[in-house]
Each structure stands twice: as structure tokens, then as C-alpha cells.
Design a protein around this ligand. Structure first.
Ligand code: ZN
Length: 477
């Protein structure tokens, strides 16, 4: 196994090395695309199942809309098309035939969903429509950074239609809260929630809300968004319904999405110099059993197989690494690299003493509590509590980092210096004006991440105009 670079020395090098060496992904022959290997897919499936369960609990159903969108439909919503035009990939030929109309490969699906909703929705009785789809989308991109920046990526997109603005606003807030919960309680990534500024808003939306994490290099990572589309798409695509009083009304629509970017946030937030550290609730493998054979191994073989069966029966996601020809030390490093939360080691002497050694991935080597001996008879019952502790400790470490790197100031010079130095989330009263945000971006490379009300002082820190918001500024991915 190659050594991975130190995380603190160069986050970007470390990140790439971990993604490839832990076998999450491989490079594809097409630039900007990525092969998700089984271990990476395992992570995505964990995220998917946690989100999907919550979508269904909040009344949504899954459906599937096509990959291709005719240009004439796509071009109808002017602001939307202007926002996405630079990154749309087009299909111009089918077989040997040149197409009469170009087809967009979906960069997102508001358009095709809007066209169908116009057909499906007639009456107030048809509302609300609450649909999600799990798909790939494409936004042309030449650079490849696993999970963070790729031309094709996996995500879910929810699309809903409502009778009133208030219901649509409620939906958007509800789904933002689902994202916050999955980011923090499942992925262990603490986030700030809030509204996006006008220039950071989704193309065609009235209001966009986001969750934003902070990565170890002081850059923010937007991890999910939830949009109030107002009646913009409903007007463009004629999504109307007959109200109880028989008047014809436009629907209020929303959309919301989380992509595999969330995995990038998880990897950067928790990893260390030995590789990934995966929060148990997200771990494709929660426990790996590694026997340490010496001499006659028949008793040990039987004991580890029995232990493996007991773990499985208890519902744990467990692997038994009994590969011949690899040393235990090699296996330890490999499972460390893959970030499996708990390793159980058993040698002949442990077996005689009736114990296993339990090793926690969230702790540093030789840190207090990293290793402990647990009676074999009790180990399976012991594991869930340890997984719970690991989940909490990873979140607590990340939360401390976020708090330590969230800085408030009322001084303009200090504000600019903090942003240029990538000090973290810089929390200031802000005016909300696009030209003010553009000037900060020119000076520092940073933008607002998200906003909330009220402002904590009268004046905008960057420009001195009246403050309307309290804003987190940061450089971002
Ligand atoms: Zn300002």
C-alpha cells in the first residue's frame, strides 16, 4: 500500500489520495466523470437510505423522469436557462441522423417535471404533489475532484407543487431540516443553515436555502439546497389548478437536492493521516474482524467464524478478514485507510483468555481508550454502545472545529484579513446588496455562504450601508 500524504500538510493531495486508495472511486476515461467503486457505492447507498426513509416519512414518493430535455422546453424559463447554459451538455445526433432539435442532458429537472405537473395537476384535490427522484445529472466541467466537482454526479432532486405560498415555504423549510439532520446526525458534519444571497441563489428561484459545512482548510462546502420557486416555473409551464371557488390558480413549486458532494464533506471533515474515519451510521462496514493466526489455527478459525455469525445475527454490518497471505499489520492499515469504525482482533492467546481486542478508529494510535479487551461472550452486546460513542465523538470533534473557526467581527479590515487568510466562517452584519458581495469577492475570493435575520448591528461590515442580514462569509468549494 502506498503511503497517503499528511492531511494537515496538504488537504487537497490527501483528499485525492484517500479517495482513490481507499477504493471509493476510479478515474474514468472521460474527463470530469468518475467511476464509483463498490466501497464508494456503499457509502452512497447509506446516505441514500437515510435520506429516502426521511423523504417517505414526510409524505414523498419516488418517480423517474427522463434524462433528455428538448431545447425548446428548456429555453422557456429565461432565468433558469441563463443560469445553466454555460454547463449544459447537448445531444445533437441520434445514430446517423442529425436531430431537428437539440436535447439537453439534464443539469437538473425542474423543466421536465414542470411539463409533467402541468399535465397531471387539474384541481386543488390533486395537491400537493410530493415527488423525489434518484438520478444522475450532468453539468459540463473539465476538472475532476472526486465528489466535489465532476461533470456527471449522483443526487436526489425533490419537486413539489402546492396550492399556497405558505405551504411551499413550509415544505422548503421541512426538507432543509431533513438535510441538516442527515448531515449532522448521520454524517457527523456540523452545518449552518440559512438563506442564500441573491447572487448565490438557484437560477429561477425566489428563495434558496442551504446547509454549509466548514472544511479543515477553512473553506466552506455547500452540502444541500432547498428552493422556493414561487410561481415562476408554474407560470412558464402552465402548472395550474382549479381552486375550490372554481378560479384557475398557478401552483407554488419547490425543489431540493443533496448530491454525493455530502460524501466529500464527510471525507474531509473526519479523515486523518491514516485515511478515512467513517461515522458508524454511514459506514458500509461497521465492524471488521481480523484474526491473528499463529501455529495451529483450527480453534481460532472456528471462534472468529462464530463471532462473525453472532455479529451478523445482531444486525451489524460486519466483515471477516480471513484472507491468507496478508499479514495482520497490513490488514490493520487497510481497514484504517477505509475508516471502518471498529476492528476486533483475536489471536490464539486472546482466545485462551476468552477475550477480543476492540480497536476504535476515531481515536489516535495509543490514545486512551483506543484499544480495550472485551470478553468474547459479551463483545456483540458491547459493540452498539461503542458505535454510538464513535458517532458522537466524530461529530463533537467536527463541531469544535466549526465553533473555533467561526469568527465574528465588526471591523472591516479584520473582516477582509480573515477571509483572505481562509480563517473560516466570518459572521458579520450585512446589507444584502449584490455589488457589496461582488466587491468582497474581488478583494478576498470569498462570498456569503448563507444568511439569517436579524442583523446584529446597524451597519454592513463590508460597506457601511444599513445591515439587513447576519451573514456567514467564507471562501468555498
Ligand atoms: Zn454591504
Amino acid at each position: 500500500m502506498e503511503r497517503i500524504p499528511s492531511k494537515s500538510a496538504d488537504l487537497s493531495e490527501w483528499y485525492q489520495a484517500v479517495c482513490y486508495q481507499a477504493e471509493l472511486v476510479s478515474q474514468a476515461p472521460v474527463r470530469g466523470c468518475l467511476v464509483l467503486r463498490p466501497y464508494g457505492m456503499g457509502l452512497w447507498e447509506r446516505l441514500q437510505s437515510e435520506l429516502d426513509r426521511r423523504f417517505k416519512e414526510t409524505g414523498h414518493e419516488n418517480a423517474y423522469f427522463p434524462l433528455l430535455i428538448p431545447e425548446s422546453l428548456f429555453a422557456k424559463e429565461a432565468e433558469h436557462v441563463e443560469g445553466f447554459a454555460p454547463e449544459v451538455a447537448w445531444v445533437t445526433e441520434g445514430g446517423t441522423e442529425k436531430l431537428a432539435e437539440r436535447l439537453a442532458i439534464r443539469p437538473t429537472s425542474e423543466v421536465i417535471v414542470g411539463v409533467m405537473y402541468a399535465e397531471w395537476i387539474q384541481s386543488y384535490r390533486d395537491l400537493p404533489v410530493l415527488i423525489n427522484q434518484w438520478v444522475n445529472v450532468m453539468r459540463w466541467e473539465k476538472r475532476t475532484r472526486p465528489f466535489l466537482r465532476t461533470a456527471e454526479f449522483l443526487w436526489q432532486e425533490g419537486h413539489t407543487a402546492h396550492a399556497t405560498e405558505a405551504e411551499a415555504a413550509e415544505e422548503v423549510a421541512r426538507m432543509l431540516e431533513v438535510y441538516r439532520e442527515v448531515a449532522e446526525d448521520i454524517c457527523g458534519v456540523p452545518v449552518y443553515t440559512g438563506e442564500k444571497s441573491q447572487s448565490e441563489r438557484f437560477a429561477g428561484a425566489e428563495h434558496t436555502y442551504s446547509i454549509e459545512g466548514l472544511m479543515p482548510d477553512g473553506r466552506a462546502l455547500q452540502s444541500a439546497t432547498s428552493h422556493e420557486l414561487g410561481q415562476n416555473f408554474a407560470r412558464t409551464y402552465d402548472i395550474t389548478y382549479a381552486a375550490e371557488d372554481q378560479t384557475l390558480q398557478h401552483c407554488w413549486t419547490t425543489s431540493w437536492g443533496m448530491s454525493w458532494r455530502m460524501l466529500g464533506a464527510l471525507i474531509m471533515t473526519h479523515g486523518d493521516d491514516r485515511g478515512l474515519r467513517i461515522p458508524p451510521k454511514m459506514a458500509p462496514t461497521e465492524v471488521v474482524i481480523v484474526p491473528i493466526p499463529r501455529g495451529d489455527t483450527s480453534a481460532l478459525d472456528a471462534a472468529v467464524r462464530e463471532l462473525y455469525a453472532r455479529c451478523k445475527a445482531a444486525g451489524l454490518r460486519v466483515k471477516l478478514d480471513d484472507r491468507a497471505g496478508q499479514s495482520p499489520g497490513y490488514k490493520f492499515n487497510e481497514w484504517d485507510l477505509r475508516g471502518v469504525p471498529i476492528r476486533l482482533e483475536i489471536g490464539n492467546r486472546d482466545l485462551e483468555a476468552g477475550v477480543a481486542t476492540l480497536v476504535r478508529r476515531d481515536k489516535a494510535v495509543k490514545e486512551d481508550g483506543q484499544k480495550q479487551q472485551v470478553p468474547l461472550a459479551e463483545v456483540v452486546e458491547f459493540i452498539p454502545a461503542v458505535l454510538e460513542q464513535i458517532q458522537h465523538s466524530l461529530f463533537a470533534q467536527a463541531k469544535t472545529f466549526l465553533q473555533d473557526h467561526t469568527l465574528a467581527t465588526l471591523d472591516r479590515a479584520e473582516f477582509l484579513r480573515l477571509l483572505k487568510g481562509r480563517a473560516g466562517m466570518v459572521d458579520v452584519p450585512w446589507c444584502g446588496l449584490p455589488e457589496c458581495e461582488a466587491a468582497v469577492k474581488d478583494a478576498t475570493g470569498a462570498t456569503t455562504r448563507n444568511l439569517r435575520r436579524p442583523a446584529r448591528a446597524e451597519r454592513c461590515v463590508p460597506c457601511g450601508e444599513p445591515a439587513r442580514w447576519q451573514a456567514y462569509f467564507a471562501q468555498s468549494y
